[in-house]
Design a protein around this ligand. Structure first.
Ligand code: GLN
Length: 493
């Protein structure tokens, strides 16, 4: 089956299951087989959970044989980023610090999915503790971009995006603190949603920076994203953030609404130093929207230019406190060689954390403890507030905001940035949405001259996921964009 433009894999596969054209066991078998083979080349999975997958598939087949109605994600093969706690299944955050850690409870998102009999194929690769943008800081080695094995898949949810892109997972859950769902989705030509902060529970998801972290779906199309979001959107669950009830409309039902007359804002600060191919693809997308009757306005939001600079102060200082528990005593890596108690902790941390995590913890410690650092942090918090206010103003003038997801396409695996700032810069358009706690989605909008995917970002107002996915879906239907990659398993069904 060739994926029909704009339509999702999830509903299609469920239909096959219900009509008994394939059993869930067979479907799972096909995906596991392909996952094991393809993973040898792309290293998107750090663990394949075959037993769990088959056990669930049998339960689903049992329900189908009794004609019991399936829940929306029931029987669909999927994966979870390795910072999402899975009871009795190792969860490492791809760090030597947590190797061998077997959680004794499930993250809320996984318990929701488990209750729906989602078929867990495995845990996906990521930058260590979600700090990074190329999936190269994992202790299990880098993930490769399925479009070009010499290129990075992006990060930190690079394993999830690559697995969906290579059709070895129908969908995956990732996390996004400054762009970690959207940037790899852009590099791998898939759709990734960072929801409104608090819309999806992050209870049981390992913290990077609590006030910025969000859990969200990565999938092939916006229809799939809507199905997943609707299942995970928290209504009265653990970690619920109040005041969300009034916006609890199902995004799936809104996907096909007419978007003529809506206003999209283009913040000029996000349109500087774009690669030529990215600029062309975005301009093309704007044309498509204009044909759909959308109106565009230019936005001047100078404050968002500071988002990336304050991100590193806010995120690293938040991480410092939370990461103090990884001392090898409360939890984490233990070494045998140490001189005394203090040295024991130092050695446990030194051998458990990789360089990027250490760099961030050093920066965060400096910010929290030096006078200059404290002043910088205070200013950063003020600027964060101004960024949120600037989005509030923007949403008085427009309904949705459009930017490139990243100003470039995936870089080579062996690309070494001149300095660390050069690698941090890829998040310049994604970080502002985390600052303002608003939702943003990345959708594919073309390819560069080397046939690498380009992503477009749509940003919405708080809890406006329905409108956001509606606008994204309409583009998907109207655009020329087609999957270049052969989705082998799906195509055979
Ligand atoms: N790339 C950014 C960083 O390294 C964002 C990470 C994330 O969103 N988890 O901090």
């Amino acid at each position: 089956m060739k994926l029909k433009k704009g339509f999702g894999k999830i509903n299609y596969l469920q239909d096959l299951l219900i009509k008994k054209q394939i059993s869930c066991f067979e479907l799972t078998e096909k995906y596991l087989k392909s996952a094991k083979t393809v993973n040898k080349t792309i290293n998107a999975y750090v663990k394949i959970t075959e037993e769990v997958a088959f056990e669930t598939a049998k339960k689903v087949d049992d329900k189908i044989s009794k004609n019991i109605r399936l829940k929306p994600l029931e029987g669909i093969p999927m994966s979870l980023k390795d910072n999402i706690l899975t009871k009795n299944i190792e969860t490492t955050c791809c760090s030597n610090m947590l190797r061998g850690y077997i959680p004794n409870y499930d993250a809320t998102v996984w318990s929701i999915l488990k209750a729906q009999n989602a078929v867990l194929l495995g845990k996906t690769n990521m930058d260590e503790f979600a700090m990074g943008c190329d999936c190269k800081t994992s202790c299990f080695g880098p993930t490769k971009n399925p479009y070009d094995l010499d290129k990075v898949p992006g990060g930190s949810s690079g394993g999830s995006a690559a697995a969906v892109c290579a059709d070895i997972s129908i969908y995956s859950l990732g996390t996004d603190t400054g762009g970690s769902i959207r940037q790899p989705s852009s590099y791998c030509g898939v759709v990734g949603l960072k929801p409104t902060y608090g819309a999806i529970s992050k209870y049981g998801v390992v913290d990077f920076a609590d006030s910025l972290d969000c859990v969200g779906p990565i999938a092939s199309t916006t229809e799939d994203i809507a199905v997943i979001y609707d299942s995970l959107f928290q209504r009265n669950q653990k970690g619920n953030i109040s005041s969300i009830e009034n916006k609890s409309i199902f995004t799936f039902d809104a996907l096909n609404r007419d978007i003529s007359g809506i206003k999209i804002g283009l913040p000029k600060q996000c349109f500087i130093s774009l690669e030529k191919d990215v600029e062309n693809a975005i301009n093309e997308a704007i044309k498509i929207y204009k044909d759909l009757g959308v109106e565009f306005i230019e936005l001047d939001m100078p404050i968002i230019s500071y988002a990336l600079s304050i991100y590193y102060a806010l995120a690293t200082s938040e991480a410092v406190n939370d990461f103090s528990k990884y001392d090898g005593i409360q939890m984490g890596n233990r070494t045998k060689e140490y001189i005394n108690g203090v040295d024991k902790i130092a050695q446990n941390r030194a051998s458990g954390f990789g360089n990027e995590v250490k760099r961030r913890l050093l920066l965060g410690t400096y910010i929290l403890n030096s006078n200059e650092g404290k002043k910088y942090l205070e200013k950063s918090q003020k600027i964060r507030k101004l960024i949120a206010e600037s989005f509030d103003c923007a949403f008085e003038m427009c309904d949705v905001i459009l930017t490139p997801t990243v100003s470039n396409t995936a870089s080579k695996q062996d690309f070494v940035p001149k300095d660390q700032m050069q690698s941090y810069i890829s998040d310049i358009c994604t970080v502002p949405a985390n600052m303002a706690k608003i939702p943003a989605v990345s959708i594919p909008c073309g390819f560069d001259s080397e046939k690498m995917p380009i992503g477009m970002q749509l940003i919405g107002n708080k809890f406006e996921e329905a409108l956001l996915l509606n606008v994204a879906h309409k583009f998907e239907l109207a655009s020329e964009y087609e999957f270049l990659l052969n989705n082998e398993v799906f195509a055979s069904l």
